[in-house]
Design a protein around this ligand. Structure first.
Ligand SMILES: C[S@@+](CC[C@H](N)C(=O)[O-])C[C@H]1O[C@@H](n2cnc3c(N)ncnc32)[C@H](O)[C@@H]1O
Ligand code: SF4
Length: 402
């Protein structure tokens, strides 16, 4: 690097900084699309499984899919694997093991690879966790949502609170100490005291990570078509959120993203990589990937066919690719900010340059506006969203639309 100091955002500079796009850390996302039952609030690419599920055929398809994507990432190290869904814990450990073995024969896995498996507590059988562990899964993410049994029924969940606690204990018995609990708040008729009680029951299980999501009514869901009664209004939801943020902090879970809280050193490496605008391969029905190419100096988004059967029929061929889209340079700052502004840590200006291939001057103007409005702080090296900025991310991000 040169030693001149002309790179404050907004300052004119005639030097050639030679900014170039350098491929960032790489993750692998694997989508497993089936659930026991479709929850009425859920808009993920998840399908109620009917009869025997074709686990083996699906794993074969995943491997063909991975083979097809390999040329995009030759020689690069993979730092995390995330089995998401759907309900990955419906897949038998042998299937997960077969996929991970095939993947490790094709990719360079980092020595400290994080491997997460999303688990619905209603699918946790005795003995399964030991075998997931033997297969290489070292982190579990439990979809618990709430410990209130009436609320669980209204959410269409297949488990009650007792089963959720038993599932966590089974995983702990199998040696899992690194696990996440997903909770949702602003549930129908939920009081502040109930949301508080959910966190207390979660803390008692000693998770290393808590994801605390506000229930949203997503288009194309049953809840959107027929909203349940008693959903807390914005003010009430805000009260719950603020109160819960304090409880999480007091219990030693530091918030590092809009909905993510972790014990020290226990942030989700996989999700952090998304939010830092890292790269990821997306394997499986409807999976999305984002891959940077140093040679091409561009960022490619690629997604796969959504429907599980069509996906299985076409995996490994061009027909399985739902789309390939090189992100337009004019749109890169917006896409970068969409992710980075979720993070409490913000971003280094040099990372903006290496991950987009664009000069920092490109965002000098909107950054200055964001600072003026009290949405961000900025020094020579870093831009960090303020609490206000994090509350109004949509407005902040809009500044970066070309
Ligand atoms: C793919 S699911 C996780 C695993 C598993 N399928 C389960 O539900 O137990 C990811 C998480 O997203 C959250 N989620 C799903 N739909 C949501 C919605 N409409 N609003 C807020 N959070 C939602 C839930 O907390 C859920 O656990
Ligand atoms: S919330 Fe989880 S279990 Fe429910 S339908 Fe969505 S992916 Fe499946």
């Amino acid at each position: 690097m040169s030693d001149h100091h002309c790179h404050l955002p907004g300052e004119h500079c005639d030097h050639d900084h030679g900014v170039s796009l350098v491929p960032p850390p790489l993750s692998l996302y694997v989508h497993l699309p089936w659930c026991v039952r479709k929850c009425p609030y859920c808009d993920f690419n998840s399908h109620a499984g009917k009869g025997e599920l074709p686990f083996d055929a699906y794993i074969d398809a995943l491997i063909r899919d991975l083979d097809q994507d390999l040329p995009l990432v030759w020689g690069r190290v993979v730092n995390s694997v995330f089995f998401g869904g759907g309900t990955p814990s419906l897949f038998p450990p042998e299937a997960i093991d077969r996929f991970l073995q095939a993947a490790s024969a094709r990719l360079r896995f980092a020595p400290n690879l994080e491997v997460t498996l999303e688990t619905n507590p209603g699918t946790a059988e005795h003995g399964r966790f030991d075998r997931y562990r033997a297969a290489g899964v070292n982190r579990i993410s439990f979809g618990i949502q709430t410990f209130n049994d009436d609320a669980l029924k209204r959410l269409g969940r297949i488990h009650d609170s007792g089963e959720a606690e038993r599932a966590v204990k089974l995983a702990q018995d199998a040696g899992y100490d690194n696990f996440n609990i997903d909770l949702m708040y602003a549930l129908p008729e939920q009081t502040l005291a109930q949301a508080e009680h959910d966190l207390e029951r979660a803390f008692a299980l000693q998770p290393t990570h808590v994801s605390h999501y506000q229930l949203t009514l997503e288009p194309n869901t049953v809840f959107f078509a027929r909203p349940p009664q008693g959903i807390p209004d914005d003010d009430a939801a805000w009260d719950i959120q603020e109160h819960c943020q304090r409880m999480l902090a007091d219990a030693g879970y530091a918030q590092y993203e809009v909905s993510a809280y972790a014990r020290p050193g226990r942030q989700s490496a996989h999700n952090l990589n998304y939010w830092r605008f890292g790269d990821y391969l997306g394997i499986g029905a409807g999976a999305h990937g984002k891959i940077s190419s140093g040679a091409e100096q561009h960022v490619l988004r690629r997604w796969k066919h959504k429907h599980p059967q069509t996906y299985m029929d076409t995996a490994g061929t061009a027909a399985s690719i739902g789309g390939d889209d090189v992100i337009d340079a004019a749109r890169l700052p917006f896409e970068y900010m969409l992710n980075l502004l979720r993070l409490h840590e913000g971003f280094a200006l040099k990372d903006f340059e290496s991950r987009t291939g664009l000069e920092r001057q490109v965002i000098a103007e909107p950054l200055r506006t964001a600072v003026e409005r009290g949405w961000m702080t900025l020094d020579a090296e870093r831009a960090v969203p303020t609490e206000l900025g994090r509350r109004f991310t949509n407005d902040v991000v809009e500044l970066f639309l070309a």
